[in-house]
Design a protein around this ligand. Structure first.
Ligand code: GLP
Length: 279
């Protein structure tokens, strides 16, 4: 895992936006995996700025979002559909058909999950997956106890997640109890994972993800198994890292190295592909 601690939320967001922009600069038809929550909002703001300043072309990009609440129509202001249009899609001028979000209103939710995975495969897989982290270590809506090999499915939200997310709704009663979410297995297949954390309430989960054992009780720790996960935070989220000095040292040492894996542009260099080919 590449661990970076930036000066503050702005610097973290700017750095993350540069990384995503780099994927699109190198591969105009990139497949972007996207996240909701307050954390990536700054990344999205900077990405829109970069797109405008550089006239970076997003017309060939395809996006997939991690998750969506059950039972909220796309038009609901708290749906992740609405969130993405407000914070990113509109600013980038994306067309509806470029974007893929799970449909929380689908009549057959299980079938919707299967179809979503199929769409990811047809798009050629996700090049970079943006992630936030819950205070309990969840990623997407993969709550503690989720299978580390899980696929996209219907999940029940943890009472803590419902309480955390109630700030966006009228009250806790209005927060959906279930959601559709990519599984950890789905997320780990992305060619690169980019996870962000902001704030002291993430410090325990962040140190567990990086320094703790790999455990379904802290789903983000599964990223230790990913060949190219980039973890960027600001100082408050980094406060409980025991080896912070070492991570800063490594970061300085590899300052002249590319931050993106070579296999985004050259898929044959993906070590996981080679392992499959060798069998
Ligand atoms: C929700 C989302 C996650 C997100 C988490 C943290 O549960 N499903 O993808 O990482 O919230 O959100 P925030 O960034 O607001 O702390």
């Amino acid at each position: 895992m590449f661990i970076k601690v930036e000066r503050d939320y702005e610097a973290m967001s700017q750095r993350a936006a540069e990384i995503v922009a780099d994927v699109v600069r190198g591969k105009p038809a990139a497949v972007l995996g996207l996240a909701t929550g307050s954390t990536p909002v700054g990344l999205y703001r900077h990405l829109i700025r970069i797109a405008r300043e550089e006239r970076l072309d997003f017309r060939q990009v395809t996006t997939f979002n991690l998750d969506e609440y059950e039972g909220l129509p796309a038009s609901h202001p708290q749906s992740y559909h609405a969130f993405m249009w407000k914070h990113l899609f509109e600013g980038l001028g994306l067309r509806d058909e470029q974007t893929n979000l799970l449909d929380g209103m689908a009549r057959d939710l299980a079938e919707e999950c299967v179809r979503f995975e199929e769409r990811i495969r047809q798009a050629g897989g996700i090049d970079i997956q943006v992630l936030g982290i819950g205070a309990d270590g969840h990623i997407a809506f993969c709550e503690p106890g989720s299978s580390l090999a899980g696929r996209t499915s219907v999940v029940s939200l943890h009472p803590q997640t419902i309480a955390d997310n109630s700030r966006f709704f009228e009250n806790e009663e209005h927060v959906p109890r279930r959601a559709l979410s990519m599984g950890i297995g789905t997320i780990l297949e992305a060619r690169c994972c980019l996870i962000l954390a902001n704030g002291a309430n993430k410090a325990d989960a962040w140190s567990g993800m990086i320094e703790g054992p790999i455990s379904a009780m802290l789903p983000a720790s599964a990223l230790q198994l990913h060949p190219w996960a980039i973890a960027i935070c600001e100082p408050a989220a980094a406060a409980k890292l025991r080896h912070l000095d070492y991570y800063r040292h490594v970061d300085r040492e590899r300052a002249d190295q590319p931050l993106l894996p070579p296999w985004i542009l050259q898929p044959e260099r993906d070590p996981r592909r080679r392992a499959v080919a060798a069998v």
